[in-house]
Design a protein around this ligand. Structure first.
Ligand code: NAD
Ligand code: AHE
Ligand code: ZN
Length: 379
């Protein structure tokens, strides 16, 4: 019997408060309204940003909320006026929407889209209401326009892209955030060119994806910097030519000095993939005088600020940031999926654990085990 137009009861993981485990419970997911799409999520991974918001460090974080933004599934039903996807399509929800009509989308300068970002940041659908209620009838907030930690979710039509139905959900869910973010930061935001030198701070899924983007562009040197020695092997597998643990340098030598020494004056491009503002400064200052560019990808806690001597910028270094790798999800996801299918983009290699959805709290624990890249959950 069709569920279209009716509420659906399903399993979800609800974050009721910061620093508390998620509660696995049955929630009600309302039918999609105009320009909305209801998706049956098949797989979702846990990104560090989910843990960041759950930790209470996110200034936009609010509770109770259905977290999750790295997922893939099948369209169960659509509301009125939806034209870009249809029932049965395989899809990836997009935390960076693409309406194609707003000032941002039309600028040709950014992948950020203004169409739903305001309501998305407040945890509601574009009409200001939620599609999620718990068994007490209390509304639950949406997260990053995706809320993939629910068997069914509702997203705005501008926040979803149909994909090749032969692509495995378990893998391509990672294109919903981490892999796309790092790969795009290297190939789009920085636009690394053949022969460039690159340093990546942080060898998680994001940093390793920067490395594979830099390798694809034939960077001459890809130096990965991580405080965890266990990341050296995987860093080299993703294209690193060098690995440096900044906690193991000779007494008196800083990571900035080390990198400048290794590269005859500094890097063409550096990337922060840690979210640590001190690392962001090091990444900027390790750039080559005159032209080096540092890209901030990591997400820092509320109240944290970056600093450096203005002289660092006066003398030609450039500091910039990247959201979702500068990728326009609806226009460009198909190309990334093709690259994955043609073995030009590593995705499967990031899956370090697979768990049933009921083990989502263990999945959050995995993030701290020192070797986790992505735990993928299956409904
Ligand atoms: P992760 O935790 O898997 O990886 C972070 C890595 O940084 C780890 O290997 C850790 O050992 C290393 N690290 C920690 N402190 C360090 C230090 N002082 N020096 C060097 N290395 C250090 O995280 P991830 O999933 O790869 O995400 C990385 C960051 O990117 C997070 O802050 C996440 O919230 C953010 N993020 C941003 C976007 C975006 O669009 N801007 C998208 C996804 C994730
Ligand atoms: N809510 C935080 C900012 C969080 C943040 O910077 N998010 C990244 C994506 S992280 C994905 O794992 C991003 O793309 N931001 C752009 C945007 O529009 O949210 C805060 O500090 O308020
Ligand atoms: Zn993410």
């Amino acid at each position: 019997m069709s569920t279209a137009g009716k509420p659906i009861q399903c399993t979800a993981a609800v974050a009721y408060a910061a620093k508390q485990p998620l509660t696995i419970e049955t929630i009600t997911v309302g039918a999609p309204r105009a320009h909305e799409v209801r998706i049956k999520i098949l797989n979702t991974a846990i990104c560090h940003t989910d843990a960041y918001t759950l930790s209470g460090a996110d200034p936009e974080g609010a509770f109770p909320v259905v977290l999750g933004h790295e997922g893939a599934g099948i369209v169960e039903s659509v509301g009125p006026d939806v034209t870009n996807v249809k029932v049965g399509d395989h899809v990836i929800p997009l935390y960076t929407a693409e309406c194609g009509k707003c000032k941002f989308c039309l600028s040709g300068k950014t992948n950020l889209c203004g169409s739903v970002r305001d309501t998305q940041g407040r945890g509601v659908m574009p009409d200001g209401t939620s599609r999620f209620t718990n068994s007490k009838g209390e509304p639950l907030l949406h997260f990053m326009g995706c809320s993939t930690f629910s068997e069914y979710t509702v997203v705005a039509d501008v926040s979803v892209v149909a994909i090749d139905p032969t692509a495995p959900f378990e893998s391509v869910c990672l294109l919903g955030c981490g892999v796309t973010t790092g790969y795009g930061a290297a190939t789009k935001t920085a636009n690394v060119q053949k022969g460039d030198t690159v340093a990546v701070f942080g060898a998680g899924t994001v940093g390793l994806s920067v490395a594979q983007g830099a390798q694809r562009r034939e960077a001459s040197r890809i130096i990965i910097v991580d405080i965890n020695d266990n990341k050296e092997k995987v860093s080299r597998e993703f294209g690193a030519t060098d690995f440096v643990n900044p906690t193991k340098l000779p007494a008196g030598q800083t990571i900035v000095q080390k990198l400048i020494e290794m590269t005859d004056g500094g890097l063409d491009y550096t990337f922060d993939c840690t979210g640590n503002v001190n690392v962001m400064r090091d990444a900027l200052e390790a750039c080559h005088k005159g032209w080096g560019t540092s890209v901030i990808i990591g997400v820092a806690a509320a109240g944290k600020e970056i600093s450096t001597r203005p002289f660092q910028l006066v003398t030609g270094r450039v500091w910039k940031g990247s959201a979702f790798g500068g990728v326009k999800g609806r226009s460009e996801m198909g190309g990334l999926i093709k690259d994955y299918q043609n073995k030009k983009l590593k995705v499967d290699e990031f899956i370090t654990a697979r768990r049933p959805f009921a083990e989502i709290n263990d999945g959050f624990e995995d993030l701290h085990n020192g070797t986790c890249l992505r735990t993928v959950l299956k409904f």
